[in-house]
Write a protein that binds this ligand. Structure first.
Ligand SMILES: [Zn+2]
Ligand SMILES: [Zn+2]
Length: 390
């Protein structure tokens, strides 16, 4: 092993780090032992066997993308587990330390196999924190780009097969309240599977019923659901007003107006909004064409659309989406971190993750301007040897 791998339990120090804390930035030394941040020491005072001088570079918790279908030409639905797992290194290089591997629905026999494959990818790369099934019990009239042949009426046998196929890796399911009985919702909750309202035509009352039955999350708020009407407020109002619910927002500048993100942030507070990419396989590929959800998709590098103009996921990865949103809404680094890491970590129940402090996991991203220049996950990762002191 090369000497700049951070791989054992002797303390390592990230010196002169501009650490983004929940309420401020602090110039400090981050002392890392094993997979954890042991302490924040005054700048220049941290003690350890390996010291890396960051010279004031910004350090944030690793970003967490809780809704992503692929990228760099890799399709989490179509490609094999090894290919999917190999993207883990690309996420790390971009400052993203955890992702929720998201699968669109497909023909039932096929989807069961893809869920098994996704579970295998999660076992191969720890960057994949689990599986998010976007469907199959959603509303056909709000399918967006989801393939219609995968959307099916509620079937408890099929649901159990999906849960079994995931081998404990199913962390989240998007459902339409009108397509799933509340008894099924309660059963999923009892298994520790988060239930996320989305791809729905339900009204306010059905939204409130689903929240009462245990739904605590919304999949891409505003997209694939009825807009707000003053006499028929619909799901958006119910999801925004109930503080038990966290909402995803696709922050690529294409799916929702930035002022809708501002509105959600003001109503829900920092902890209630999760920025997601909803990125699809053409993300990171520039101008490109391909298939996604079994349909032809074109991307101009900013938008990916089906032939009829429907947005087909985004082509903007989370770090870029966050930078764009922070610029548009003048967000502080702390708010950007809550949007891109802390809220998702809490939502997914990732312990001691999504913030920096003594006893937190050393899932850290180091930034030079907009660029991730070093990432640690559980204290492990390659840092530029040039930073090493002594
Ligand atoms: Zn969707
Ligand atoms: Zn999606």
């Amino acid at each position: 092993m090369s000497d700049h791998r951070l791989e054992n339990a002797t303390p390592r120090v990230l010196r002169n780090a501009a650490v983004v804390l929940p309420d401020r930035m602090l110039l400090a030394d981050l002392v890392i032992r094993g997979p954890m941040v042991e302490s924040l020491a005054p700048a220049g005072k941290g003690k350890g066997t390996e010291i890396y001088d960051l010279e004031g570079k910004r350090v944030t918790p690793g970003l967490i993308d809780a809704h992503i279908h692929g990228g760099w030409g890799v399709d989490f639905y179509r490609d094999e587990a090894e290919t999917i797992a190999a993207t883990g290194e690309k996420f790390l290089a971009s400052g993203v330390t955890s992702v929720l591997l998201t699968l669109h629905p497909g023909p039932p026999d096929e989807l069961l196999g893809r869920v098994q494959n996704a579970a295998a990818a999660c076992e191969l790369s720890p960057v994949f924190a689990g599986i998010h099934l976007e469907g199959p019990f959603v509303a056909t009239d709000r399918k967006g780009a989801l393939p219609e042949e995968g959307i099916v009426p509620y079937d408890p046998v099929y649901l159990k097969q999906l849960i079994d196929a995931a081998r404990g890796k199913l962390r989240m399911m998007t459902f339409a309240p009108e397509a799933l009985p509340s008894s099924a919702l309660a059963q999923m909750r009892s298994l520790g599977i988060g239930m996320s309202i989305g791809h729905t035509s339900c009204d306010l009352a059905a939204t409130e019923d689903a929240i009462r039955a245990g739904a605590r999350r919304c999949t891409h708020l505003c997209n694939a659901m009825p807009p707000i009407h003053h006499r028929d407020p619909g799901p958006i109002v119910g999801l925004l007003l109930d503080h038990r619910v966290r909402v995803e927002l696709i922050c690529d500048g294409q799916h929702v107006d930035d002022q809708m993100i501002e509105l959600a942030l003001r109503l829900k507070g920092n902890d209630g909004v999760i920025a997601v990419s909803d990125a699809m396989p053409l993300a990171g590929m520039g101008t490109a064409a391909g298939t996604f959800c079994g349909q032809e998709v074109q991307s101009d590098g900013a938008r990916a659309t089906l032939a009829d103009g429907t947005l087909a996921g985004s082509v903007t990865f989370l770090p870029e989406a966050l930078r764009r949103t922070a610029r548009a809404l003048d967000l502080t680094p702390s708010r950007m971190v809550s949007l891109g890491s802390t809220a998702a970590a809490r939502d997914l129940g990732l312990p001691r993750t999504g913030q920096i402090g003594s006893g937190c996991r050393a899932d850290l991203a180091i930034w030079d301007g907009d660029q991730a220049v070093g990432t640690l996950r559980g204290g492990l990762g390659t840092l530029p040897p040039a930073w090493r002191l002594g």
